[in-house]
Design a protein around this ligand. Sequence first.
Ligand code: TMP
Ligand code: ASP
Length: 236
Amino acid sequence: MEKRDMIYEGKAKKVYTTDNPELYIVSYKDDATAFNGLKKGAIAGKGAINNQMSNLLMRMLSEHGVPTHFVEELSERDTVVKKVSIVPLEVIVRNISAGSFAKRYGVEEGIVFDEPTIEFSYKNDELGDPLINDYHALALKLATREEIETIKAMAFKVDALLKEYFKSIGVDLVDFKLEFGRLADGTIILADEISPDTCRFWDSKTHEKLDKDRFRRDLGGVEEAYQEMMKRVRGK
Ligand code: TMP
Ligand code: ASP
């Protein structure tokens, strides 16, 4: 399978058409941004790590009944995925307080919730991905009521599976962001990526941050954190 035309370039990935109208190739970059593109940089080796980690996790999820866009890993950075139209919602699941949750509600980071939370942001860079609720998503016709229910159920199932998976490699899954897509027939599947760019990972014992917060917050050891996460996922 080969790349044809680049149809999209995002902050961390490029997407290409292929000779199969139902498949795309995504190519992961080392580029990193934060705060809606305000902070720019690169994390050496990130593209290869995110590609391979995301593929491993998507494979695990699909074995447990979660439909995903993953088709085939082509190389370190390139993967064949099913063509979808992305539902313009960032779906955020949280198990432990951190980031914008801690800031918005004025609580410390590290509070373990009794139950996971879910929230949606409207995927719109110009507006800075504003937080929205189900009714807003319906009003804006971003998804149908049925699709929203499907997305919520899938997101909580992904959380349960990932939480258990990461626990077994000594990592607390603090929170993460998912994106979903529609196949041509309307079926909702998991798309985008699952990686240290899109999740918060804390070492279970030391609580050391092993994710993109090291870049966002200038904590140093960014590459090492991505490598450590990849090592643990590979060793599983
Ligand atoms: P937040 O606490 O900043 O809202 O982030 C929640 C989770 O979502 C965290 O694991 C990082 C991830 N995330 C993204 O993947 N993309 C984004 O643009 C943002 C803001 C967060
Ligand atoms: N990727 C997002 C951006 O550039 C934000 C983030 O991950 O913090 O803005």
